[in-house]
Design a protein around this ligand. Sequence first.
Ligand SMILES: Nc1ncnc2c1ncn2[C@@H]1O[C@H](COP(=O)(O)OP(=O)(O)OP(=O)(O)O)[C@@H](O)[C@H]1O
Length: 305
Amino acid sequence: MIQIDALTKRYGRFTAVDNVTFTAEPGRVTGFLGPNGAGKSTTMRILVGLTDPSSGSAHLLGRHFSQLPNPGREVGVLLDASAQHGGRTGREILTLAARTMGLPKSSVAETLERVSLTEEEAGRRVRNYSLGMRQRLGIATALIGDPEVLILDEPANGLDPAGIRWMRDLLRGFADDGGTVLLSSHLLHEIEVIADDIVVIGNGRIVAQGTKQELLASGETYARSSDPTSLGRALQRAGHTAEITTEGAVRSDADLTTVGQIAFDAGLVLSELRAADGAGLEEMFLQLTAETQRDHLQTPEGKAA
Ligand SMILES: Nc1ncnc2c1ncn2[C@@H]1O[C@H](COP(=O)(O)OP(=O)(O)OP(=O)(O)O)[C@@H](O)[C@H]1O
């Protein structure tokens, strides 16, 4: 489990991470979303002891990273897949990691297979690897010690669609086995598909967090009735919004119980009553971080929003 509490990092007068608090739970994949420069990497670097915070704390499995007796056996980390030594082969890098952690030699071949790097690829020098191969090797280095926690900064970067699906299945399996996963990404769709919990950060501050379901819920209700006009009027008389959709249903800001009660009181039969679909995580992400976006959002008319 990962606990970040009131974490702040200042560089001179600039605040890169501003009072950030969240947890990543075992058995769940937590997605850390934010535009460039939002503070994701800084938070992750503090978590693994590479950067000191100005204030606040970051704990893994109840301890500071530096207090973990054999960190690689407890926490798998991938911060920068390009940081590996280009002159070494993939197999050499994994062999060194295995030796440092006191793992048997067999763990190298097992992990290579787990990340689908072939024997021939494992024998090539890393400087000749594609970005996707570097990501696989980075994930292999994170996994080799069979840790309980995975911390991955943009792990989908450079992976092709099949690679992204592979990574998604791998992380899902890791969490289903009780592991804790924290991954950052700009790939909103990937986060939407894989994450159970989502933390959205902009300008160093958390702008939204919760379960995927909570964040994707629109807070509105969708109801179908044989007489949508009467239902809409009854809702409006009770002080709620009511919009008749193109398919003849009613969308309202009233909650499910209220819509059901108002329909009942008006003698209207409902054939469908459910939470209305949200606009999707991408829309939410763009809205929440609009102020911090470098590129202003464009309206359909082409004007900056
Ligand atoms: N050593 C440093 N000195 C000064 N400023 C820094 C330093 N490290 C990071 N920053 C600044 O802190 C802010 C947050 O950077 P960070 O790398 O954490 O963002 P990020 O969300 O990971 O972005 P990206 O998605 O682009 O990697 C940026 O404005 C960055 O320029």
